[in-house]
Design a protein around this ligand. Structure first.
Ligand code: NAP
Length: 285
């Protein structure tokens, strides 16, 4: 079997066009959706991420503010900026790019963001809402993975989903979203003794580890859907995922490429969360 590709760029294009339509409608009602992106320090990868986020926002007709600070910024100064953005009515989403420089407690900063503007979905209030099935912002990467399943017409209900990785930003919320969608979910991590034992039983595998070739063809059930969240580099410096793409595509029914799979969906879902936040703010006016 040769798997069909799940095209994250094509799905993103479609979803971003929907966001742009909603943004135009809100703007016509006098509420221009706004996202603030805060970057502290000079991390080169973070610089690229924030640029892409701001550009995507502007392309969708939304207002965006990029605040860049030197890594000498103190935690108190950053908390003061977050507080100002919490109180700025032109801003509906606040994103503080991680990682933060040493000396700034990222947890404290995320918790300072008003939950109604937490478009990254990292606040404990958002995580709690997801846990108990209440309305809240879903973290963008796992939310994007769920949209991809929807896009290809795969309903997780009754399926066995195996999530590899248990971080707060990808693995754990991914597992919660799949559970909410009535999958039977297994979460694997670095202390899982025999990863292949679990992945071979999976109808859906989500790899979110950050290591190349964590999932190889012999570990995949024929016909499984494979979503590759990982972002790694080959020896030649080429971007690649956690999955041995060339091998696994011969076994899976659907697979995401890297690049062009989950990556573009993360920014897209940030836009979706921001427009939802702006719509809620407009409805409450
Ligand atoms: P993370 O916080 O480092 O978590 C990695 C997880 O993988 C941990 O739970 C770890 O287990 C587990 N793990 C490590 N080695 C393993 C192994 N050999 N077998 C099974 N599990 C193992 O990383 P993250 O933030 O979740 O990100 C994961 C990957 O996704 C990274 O490559 C990151 O760059 C990428 N990512 C991509 C996007 C995107 O937009 N495409 C967004 C976010 C992240 P323990 O908990 O036991 O340590």
């Amino acid at each position: 079997m040769t798997a069909q590709l799940i095209d994250g760029n094509a799905l993103s294009k479609q979803l971003r066009a929907e966001v742009a339509t909603r943004a135009a409608a809100l703007t016509a009602r006098g509420v221009k959706p706004g996202l603030a992106v805060v970057l502290v320090g000079e991390n080169p990868a973070s610089q690229v991420y924030v640029r892409n986020k701001v550009k995507a926002c502007e392309d969708a007709g939304m207002h965006s503010v990029l605040e860049k600070y030197a890594d000498t910024m103190t935690e108190a100064e950053l908390l003061a900026r977050v507080d100002a953005l919490n109180n700025d009515p032109s801003i509906h989403g606040i994103l503080v790019q991680l990682p933060l420089p040493k000396g700034i407690d990222a947890h404290k900063v995320i918790e300072a963001i008003a939950p109604e503007k937490d478009v990254d979905g990292f606040h404990v209030a958002s995580a709690g809402a997801l846990m108990v099935g209440q309305e809240g912002f879903k973290p963008c990467t796992p939310y994007g993975c769920m949209k991809m399943l929807e896009f290809i017409g795969v309903d997780p209900k009754g399926k066995h989903a195996v999530v590899i990785g248990r971080s707060n930003i990808v693995g754990k919320p991914m597992a919660m979203l799949l559970l909410q969608a009535n999958a039977t979910v297994t979460v694997c991590h670095s202390a899982t003794p025999d990863l292949a034992h679990f992945t071979r039983q999976a109808d859906i595998v989500v790899a979110a580890v950050g290591k190349r070739n964590v999932l190889t063809a012999d570990m995949v059930k024929p016909g499984a859907v494979v979503l590759d969240v990982g972002m790694n580099r080959t020896e030649e410096g080429k971007l690649c995922g956690d999955v041995d793409f060339d091998g696994v595509k011969e076994v899976a029914s659907w697979i995401t490429p890297v690049p062009g799979g989950v990556g573009p969906m993360t920014i897209t879902m940030l836009l979706v969360n921001t427009i939802e936040s702006a719509e809620r703010a407009a409805a409450a006016r």
